[in-house]
Design a protein around this ligand. Structure first.
Ligand code: NHR
Length: 214
Protein backbone atom coordinates (compact mmCIF):
# COMPACT_ATOMS: atom_id res chain seq x y z
CA UNK A 1 0.00 0.00 0.00
CA UNK A 2 0.87 3.67 -0.35
CA UNK A 3 0.12 6.21 2.40
CA UNK A 4 -0.69 9.86 1.68
CA UNK A 5 -0.26 12.35 4.52
CA UNK A 6 0.10 16.09 5.11
CA UNK A 7 1.09 16.24 8.77
CA UNK A 8 2.36 14.33 11.77
CA UNK A 9 1.92 10.87 10.39
CA UNK A 10 0.81 9.24 13.65
CA UNK A 11 -1.69 7.05 11.81
CA UNK A 12 1.06 6.06 9.38
CA UNK A 13 3.25 5.15 12.37
CA UNK A 14 0.47 3.03 13.88
CA UNK A 15 -0.03 1.19 10.58
CA UNK A 16 3.73 0.68 10.14
CA UNK A 17 3.93 -0.76 13.67
CA UNK A 18 1.10 -3.18 12.97
CA UNK A 19 2.78 -4.25 9.73
CA UNK A 20 6.22 -4.65 11.34
CA UNK A 21 4.83 -6.78 14.17
CA UNK A 22 3.09 -9.09 11.70
CA UNK A 23 -0.34 -8.07 13.01
CA UNK A 24 -1.47 -7.12 9.47
CA UNK A 25 -0.25 -8.61 6.16
CA UNK A 26 0.70 -5.37 4.44
CA UNK A 27 3.80 -3.86 2.86
CA UNK A 28 4.03 -0.05 2.90
CA UNK A 29 5.82 0.69 -0.36
CA UNK A 30 5.61 4.47 -0.38
CA UNK A 31 4.64 7.52 1.69
CA UNK A 32 3.63 10.59 -0.30
CA UNK A 33 2.88 14.13 0.79
CA UNK A 34 1.80 17.48 -0.60
CA UNK A 35 3.94 19.10 2.15
CA UNK A 36 7.69 18.54 1.82
CA UNK A 37 8.15 19.45 5.50
CA UNK A 38 5.56 17.00 6.83
CA UNK A 39 6.78 15.22 9.95
CA UNK A 40 5.21 12.03 8.57
CA UNK A 41 7.78 11.96 5.74
CA UNK A 42 10.58 12.03 8.33
CA UNK A 43 8.97 9.14 10.19
CA UNK A 44 8.77 7.18 6.93
CA UNK A 45 12.43 7.84 6.05
CA UNK A 46 13.45 6.76 9.56
CA UNK A 47 11.69 3.44 8.91
CA UNK A 48 13.33 3.05 5.50
CA UNK A 49 10.11 3.63 3.56
CA UNK A 50 10.46 5.40 0.22
CA UNK A 51 9.00 8.94 0.29
CA UNK A 52 7.72 11.33 -2.36
CA UNK A 53 6.93 15.03 -1.77
CA UNK A 54 4.84 16.80 -4.40
CA UNK A 55 4.02 20.40 -3.43
CA UNK A 56 0.92 21.68 -5.26
CA UNK A 57 2.73 24.92 -6.11
CA UNK A 58 4.92 22.98 -8.54
CA UNK A 59 1.87 22.17 -10.70
CA UNK A 60 -0.42 24.37 -12.79
CA UNK A 61 -3.67 23.01 -11.33
CA UNK A 62 -5.20 20.32 -9.15
CA UNK A 63 -5.56 17.89 -12.04
CA UNK A 64 -1.83 18.08 -12.84
CA UNK A 65 -0.95 17.60 -9.16
CA UNK A 66 -3.26 14.59 -8.95
CA UNK A 67 -1.71 13.15 -12.13
CA UNK A 68 1.78 13.39 -10.61
CA UNK A 69 0.53 11.63 -7.48
CA UNK A 70 -1.02 8.87 -9.61
CA UNK A 71 2.25 8.39 -11.48
CA UNK A 72 4.22 8.12 -8.23
CA UNK A 73 1.71 5.79 -6.56
CA UNK A 74 1.53 3.49 -9.57
CA UNK A 75 5.33 3.45 -9.95
CA UNK A 76 5.55 2.24 -6.33
CA UNK A 77 3.45 -0.80 -7.18
CA UNK A 78 0.86 0.01 -4.50
CA UNK A 79 -2.55 -1.62 -4.89
CA UNK A 80 -4.20 0.02 -1.86
CA UNK A 81 -4.02 3.78 -1.22
CA UNK A 82 -4.55 5.05 2.32
CA UNK A 83 -5.17 8.68 3.28
CA UNK A 84 -3.79 9.39 6.75
CA UNK A 85 -4.28 13.07 7.45
CA UNK A 86 -4.04 14.04 3.79
CA UNK A 87 -5.50 17.53 3.38
CA UNK A 88 -5.96 18.08 -0.38
CA UNK A 89 -9.26 17.34 -2.09
CA UNK A 90 -8.92 15.07 -5.16
CA UNK A 91 -10.42 15.60 -8.58
CA UNK A 92 -12.67 12.86 -10.03
CA UNK A 93 -9.93 11.27 -12.19
CA UNK A 94 -7.88 10.42 -9.08
CA UNK A 95 -10.89 8.93 -7.33
CA UNK A 96 -11.84 6.89 -10.41
CA UNK A 97 -8.34 5.43 -10.71
CA UNK A 98 -8.42 4.05 -7.15
CA UNK A 99 -12.13 3.25 -6.90
CA UNK A 100 -12.68 0.60 -4.23
CA UNK A 101 -9.06 0.72 -3.06
CA UNK A 102 -8.81 4.20 -1.55
CA UNK A 103 -9.40 4.56 2.20
CA UNK A 104 -9.63 7.56 4.53
CA UNK A 105 -9.92 7.95 8.28
CA UNK A 106 -12.00 10.96 9.23
CA UNK A 107 -12.13 12.44 12.74
CA UNK A 108 -15.88 12.23 13.38
CA UNK A 109 -18.71 9.73 13.53
CA UNK A 110 -19.75 10.19 9.90
CA UNK A 111 -22.19 11.25 8.54
CA UNK A 112 -21.85 13.81 11.37
CA UNK A 113 -19.24 16.54 10.87
CA UNK A 114 -17.97 16.12 7.36
CA UNK A 115 -15.18 18.56 6.47
CA UNK A 116 -12.68 20.31 8.70
CA UNK A 117 -12.46 21.40 12.35
CA UNK A 118 -14.59 18.49 13.56
CA UNK A 119 -13.52 18.49 17.23
CA UNK A 120 -14.35 22.15 17.77
CA UNK A 121 -17.74 21.71 16.07
CA UNK A 122 -18.61 18.62 18.15
CA UNK A 123 -17.82 20.46 21.40
CA UNK A 124 -19.78 23.54 20.30
CA UNK A 125 -22.85 21.35 19.70
CA UNK A 126 -22.62 19.68 23.10
CA UNK A 127 -22.72 16.25 21.48
CA UNK A 128 -22.07 13.46 24.03
CA UNK A 129 -20.23 11.12 21.62
CA UNK A 130 -17.57 11.74 19.01
CA UNK A 131 -15.01 9.53 17.30
CA UNK A 132 -13.53 8.47 13.99
CA UNK A 133 -14.66 6.70 10.84
CA UNK A 134 -12.84 4.73 8.14
CA UNK A 135 -14.53 4.96 4.74
CA UNK A 136 -13.93 4.32 1.06
CA UNK A 137 -13.25 7.65 -0.66
CA UNK A 138 -15.57 8.85 -3.43
CA UNK A 139 -16.18 12.18 -5.14
CA UNK A 140 -18.60 13.13 -2.38
CA UNK A 141 -16.34 14.79 0.21
CA UNK A 142 -16.23 12.63 3.36
CA UNK A 143 -19.35 10.95 1.93
CA UNK A 144 -18.07 7.59 0.65
CA UNK A 145 -19.34 4.23 1.98
CA UNK A 146 -18.66 3.82 5.71
CA UNK A 147 -16.62 0.82 6.87
CA UNK A 148 -15.98 1.11 10.60
CA UNK A 149 -16.13 3.54 13.50
CA UNK A 150 -14.76 3.98 17.00
CA UNK A 151 -16.45 6.31 19.44
CA UNK A 152 -15.24 8.32 22.40
CA UNK A 153 -17.14 10.31 25.04
CA UNK A 154 -16.98 14.10 24.99
CA UNK A 155 -16.18 15.46 28.46
CA UNK A 156 -17.54 18.76 29.80
CA UNK A 157 -14.03 20.19 30.21
CA UNK A 158 -12.83 19.11 26.75
CA UNK A 159 -10.98 21.49 24.47
CA UNK A 160 -10.58 20.66 20.77
CA UNK A 161 -7.03 19.47 21.61
CA UNK A 162 -8.02 17.22 24.49
CA UNK A 163 -10.82 15.70 22.43
CA UNK A 164 -8.51 15.26 19.44
CA UNK A 165 -6.04 13.36 21.64
CA UNK A 166 -8.78 10.95 22.75
CA UNK A 167 -9.96 10.43 19.14
CA UNK A 168 -6.41 9.91 17.84
CA UNK A 169 -5.83 7.07 20.29
CA UNK A 170 -8.79 5.24 18.77
CA UNK A 171 -7.73 6.05 15.19
CA UNK A 172 -4.43 4.31 15.86
CA UNK A 173 -6.29 1.10 16.75
CA UNK A 174 -9.11 1.32 14.19
CA UNK A 175 -7.14 2.13 11.03
CA UNK A 176 -4.61 -0.75 11.19
CA UNK A 177 -7.47 -3.14 11.93
CA UNK A 178 -9.49 -2.06 8.87
CA UNK A 179 -6.40 -2.15 6.64
CA UNK A 180 -5.74 -5.69 7.87
CA UNK A 181 -9.27 -6.71 6.88
CA UNK A 182 -8.74 -5.24 3.43
CA UNK A 183 -5.34 -6.91 3.01
CA UNK A 184 -6.69 -10.31 4.00
CA UNK A 185 -9.60 -10.03 1.54
CA UNK A 186 -12.37 -9.72 4.17
CA UNK A 187 -13.31 -6.18 3.14
CA UNK A 188 -14.38 -5.04 -0.34
CA UNK A 189 -16.26 -2.19 -2.01
CA UNK A 190 -18.68 -3.12 -4.78
CA UNK A 191 -21.76 -1.36 -6.23
CA UNK A 192 -21.39 1.52 -3.74
CA UNK A 193 -21.70 -0.98 -0.88
CA UNK A 194 -19.16 -2.26 1.63
CA UNK A 195 -18.87 -6.04 1.88
CA UNK A 196 -17.40 -7.70 4.97
CA UNK A 197 -16.87 -11.46 5.08
CA UNK A 198 -19.09 -11.76 1.99
CA UNK A 199 -22.05 -9.86 3.48
CA UNK A 200 -23.13 -6.31 2.62
CA UNK A 201 -22.80 -3.91 5.56
CA UNK A 202 -25.96 -2.01 6.40
CA UNK A 203 -24.17 0.04 9.06
CA UNK A 204 -20.50 0.61 9.85
CA UNK A 205 -18.71 -1.93 12.01
CA UNK A 206 -18.04 -0.61 15.51
CA UNK A 207 -14.75 -1.05 17.31
CA UNK A 208 -15.62 -2.10 20.85
CA UNK A 209 -14.98 0.49 23.53
CA UNK A 210 -12.08 0.05 25.89
CA UNK A 211 -11.29 1.66 29.23
CA UNK A 212 -8.34 3.35 27.59
CA UNK A 213 -10.66 5.40 25.37
CA UNK A 214 -12.73 6.87 28.20
N1 NHR B 1 -11.02 13.96 -1.95
C1 NHR B 1 -12.20 13.55 -2.40
N2 NHR B 1 -12.47 13.71 -3.70
N3 NHR B 1 -13.15 13.00 -1.60
C2 NHR B 1 -12.91 12.86 -0.28
O1 NHR B 1 -13.85 12.30 0.49
C3 NHR B 1 -11.67 13.28 0.27
C4 NHR B 1 -10.73 13.84 -0.62
C5 NHR B 1 -9.48 14.29 -0.12
C6 NHR B 1 -9.19 14.22 1.23
C7 NHR B 1 -9.84 13.65 3.59
C8 NHR B 1 -10.82 14.65 4.30
C9 NHR B 1 -10.79 14.47 5.81
O2 NHR B 1 -10.78 13.35 6.31
C10 NHR B 1 -10.14 13.68 2.11
C11 NHR B 1 -11.37 13.19 1.64
C12 NHR B 1 -9.25 17.96 3.28
C13 NHR B 1 -10.37 18.75 3.04
C14 NHR B 1 -10.24 20.17 2.57
O3 NHR B 1 -11.16 20.94 2.68
C15 NHR B 1 -11.63 18.17 3.24
C16 NHR B 1 -11.74 16.85 3.65
C17 NHR B 1 -10.62 16.07 3.87
C18 NHR B 1 -9.36 16.63 3.70
N4 NHR B 1 -9.06 20.55 1.99
C19 NHR B 1 -8.74 21.88 1.47
C20 NHR B 1 -8.58 21.85 -0.07
O4 NHR B 1 -8.85 22.90 -0.67
C21 NHR B 1 -7.46 22.40 2.05
C22 NHR B 1 -7.54 22.55 3.54
C23 NHR B 1 -6.19 22.81 4.23
O5 NHR B 1 -5.14 22.75 3.57
O6 NHR B 1 -6.20 23.03 5.45
O7 NHR B 1 -8.15 20.82 -0.63
O8 NHR B 1 -10.91 15.45 6.57
Amino acid sequence: MAVLLSGEGTNFAAIANAAASGEIPIDIVSVLSDRPGARGLERARALGVRTVALPPKSFPDRAAHDAALIAAIDASGARLVVLAGYMRIFQPAFIARYAGRLLNIHPSLLPAYRGLDTHRRAIADGTPWHGCTVHFVTDELDGGPLIAQARVPVHAADTPDSLATRVHAREHVLYPRVIGWYASGRLKARDGTVWFDGEPLSAPLVLEDTDASA
